[in-house]
Structures are given as C-alpha cells and as structure tokens.
Design a protein around this ligand. Structure first.
Ligand SMILES: Cc1ncc(COP(=O)(O)O)c(C=O)c1O
Length: 389
C-alpha cells in the first residue's frame, strides 16, 4: 500500500478481549459500515447498529442512556443545546392551530420562541403566571391547548411551581407536560408524572462552562415520537460534546451539592444585609417557595436572585465592582457569575409582566460557583462598600 493510501486507511489497534479501557473512547466517526450490504440490513443492525452520526452515535448514545437513568425515565435524545431540546420537545408535539401555555416567570428565549416564532406557524400561546392555578386550569380546559412548558425552579427568579397541581390539571385535560428541569437538575423531580423533561446540559450536567448540550428525556414511546424530528432537523449533539458532558457528569452530584450549600450560605448572608431588600431562593426557610421546594426537591441548586435596596445605577455599580463574580448570563459552572436581571432576562416583559415576575432594576442574579464561600462573601462586601460609598 502506498503511503498516500495508508494515511487514509490507518492501522487498527484492537484491545484484546478482557482488556478494557476504563474511560470509554470518543467515537468521532461520522460513518459506520458493515462487511456486506445484507448484514447492514439485518434486524440487529437496524435495531442496535450505527450508520450515520446525525441519526445515532455510540458516545452520544452513552450520554442519552445515562441522562435517562439519572432522571428516572427510559430514554432520551441528546441535542446541540438546551434551546434545541426545548424546541424539539415543543415542535414535535404540535400542529398549526394548537395552543401552548408558557409563563412570564420563565427563561426569556423560551418566551421568545412563543412570541416571535411559533406564532408564524399558526401556533398560539398563553403567557400566564406559574402561580396562577385558576388561569392555568382554565387555559388547559380550552380544546386547542395541547402543551405546557414550565421550569422548576424558574430562571431567573427561582419561583417554585406546584408540579403536582400543574400535572394534575394537564392530565385531566389531555395536555402534554414539558418541564425544563435545568435548574432543578437531573436528580430532581423524576417522581412526578411529567411527559417530557428538557435540560440544558450546558449548565450543571457538564459543569465547567466549556461545552454546550441539551437533552429531552422521557419514556420510550414519547422519545420515539420526537427522535425522527431531531434527526431530520439535524439538531444532533456532536460526540466530542457528549464526551465532555459525560466527563462532567462524573462529578455532578458533588458539584450540585456544593453549589447548593454555597448558594444557601450566601443567600442567608444577603438576607440579613442592610442593603438587600429581598432574597429569592427556595432553600431559605423564609422563601414563599420553601415548603414546596422541600417537598419536590432534594436541594435547590447554586442560583439565586436578590433585590438591592438601590436604584438601577447603584445596582450596576455593585455588579461592576464584583471581582470574583464575573458578569455573564450562564449558570452551573465552577466559577461564580452575576447578572443584572432586568437587562439580561426581562427586556421583553411589559411593566405588568415584570411586576408578576417580581423583576425590577435592582434585581441581581448570582450563580454561585465552587470557590470558598468566605472569598465570595468578602467579594460581595467589598462591592457593596464601593457601590454604596
Ligand atoms: C432554564 C433554561 N432553559 C434552557 C436554557 C438554554 O440552554 P442553552 O444555552 O444550552 O441553549 C437555559 C440557558 O440558560 C436555561 O437557563
């Protein structure tokens, strides 16, 4: 064989039977082959085999199986981002003329999906408060309402929806439930009879802020319904991303627990602070969502928001003065982040909607990382001193 040919047909290194790599390889190959066309068409090949990575890939499949297991369901589809996961679960379950229920307390790009995009395809929406059970039930009773998309807790104000109630209303009225469980995490809420979970794996699952991904998790029949859409739309996760997320998941429980403990320490500190009007964190016993959160979740995660007793300019000065907390809009990675809530997450809300969502110019969201809490508290204090000087 000429060397020009050899560089395309590499030597094979087979690991002997019984001799295993402890870390699984990344299957980067886009294409998979069989020795004959007939074997490629066999029942086993069609059921278990791999053909083309947009359809399925062994590394991505490993992540899908793990995500399903952690969330307590039997299948999942991994996609390129969390937003791709939300889109997949939504679009594969709707037809023109259907109505979807969304919430003002939710993540802004999910509201944009309804307001700016779904309407172009004849899909209507209701934008309600996640606490307004009467309106939720009334909307579910309407014939066209087919789907509800909600978060627990919500981003950015950590509101805790009553999952049992919402699922109950939905079941009685034939509405499909989609829970964006990004903030709750893969270990929470699995016991509720939700139809689909979606996650941004960009956050706690991968945990290091260096990879993007999303997953839709459900039972097999529901995944079978949506998977062809993911394949056809090409929203497939890259196997390199799947590998990094699998690696991040090795420390998922340790990190989520530490994020939660540190967030609680900081939330308690700020709750007592003279410059803070109110802290929004369901882990605090004073929070209106605390009792529900304790029933629904094991721990509350690393994100919380608070209102400074200040105007917008002072709030921005406080954010700018922070040194360990970088200003950025993601959550769930090792480093702490801060975000001005109104500017980053609520520009689309009317005054009335912002009131319902409890967002003002002095609202700040923190994503608490894995640093020592003494250093984070010292950083908050020095920024307070500078902003209020
Ligand atoms: C609750 C929630 N859902 C979905 C997403 C979208 O995830 P991604 O950025 O991976 O698309 C985010 C991102 O912050 C989020 O917070």
């Amino acid at each position: 064989m000429k060397k020009e040919t050899r560089v395309t047909h590499h030597p094979k290194v087979a690991i002997p039977p019984g001799n295993e790599a402890l870390v699984d390889p990344i299957y980067r190959s886009v294409k998979y082959t069989y020795p004959t066309i007939e074997s490629a068409l066999s029942v086993d090949a069609r059921k278990e085999g791999f053909d083309y990575t947009r359809d399925a890939n062994p590394t991505t499949r490993q992540l899908e199986i793990l995500c399903a297991e952690l969330q307590g369901r039997d299948d999942s589809v991994a996609v390129a981002t969390g937003m791709a996961a939300v889109w997949l679960a939504v679009i594969a379950n709707l037809e023109a003329g259907d109505r979807v229920v969304f919430f003002v307390e939710g993540y802004r790009p999910i509201r944009a999906m309804a307001r700016e995009r779904l309407v172009r395809f004849g899909i209507e929406f209701s934008m309600l408060s996640v606490h307004d059970h009467e309106a939720i039930e009334a909307s579910f009773k309407e014939d066209q309402t087919k789907l509800v998309v909600f978060e627990a807790p919500t981003n950015p104000m950590l509101q805790v929806p009553d999952i049992e109630k919402i699922v109950g209303f939905a079941k009685r009225n034939g509405v499909t439930t989609i829970l964006d469980n990004t903030f709750g995490g893969l270990h929470n809420h699995g016991s509720y009879e939700l139809d689909y979970f979606v996650h941004s794996l960009t956050k706690y699952a991968s945990g290091h802020g260096d990879v993007m991904g999303g997953a839709v998790i459900a039972n097999k029949d529901k995944i079978a319904k949506i998977k062809p859409w993911a394949i056809n739309m090409g929203s497939t996760m890259d196997p390199g991303a799947a590998y990094l997320i699998l690696r991040g998941l090795r420390t998922y429980y340790l990190r989520y627990r530490r994020h939660s403990e540190s967030a609680l320490t900081l939330a308690r500190h700020l709750e007592q602070h003279t410059r803070v009007k109110r802290v929004f964190y369901p882990g605090l016993s004073s929070d209106p969502g605390n009792i529900l959160a304790e029933k629904q979740m094991h721990d509350c995660g690393g994100v919380f928001s608070f209102d400074l007793d200040a105007d917008g300019a002072t709030t921005w000065a406080f954010i700018d003065a922070l040194e360990l907390f970088h200003t950025a809009s993601s959550v769930g990675s090792t480093e702490s982040l801060v975000a001005p809530v109104q500017l980053y997450f609520a520009r689309d809300l009317s005054e009335a909607e912002a009131g319902v969502a409890q967002i003002s110019e002095s609202t700040v969201r923190l994503s608490v990382g894995l640093e020592h809490t003494d250093d984070l508290i010292a950083d908050l204090e020095q920024a307070m001193a500078k902003a209020f000087a």
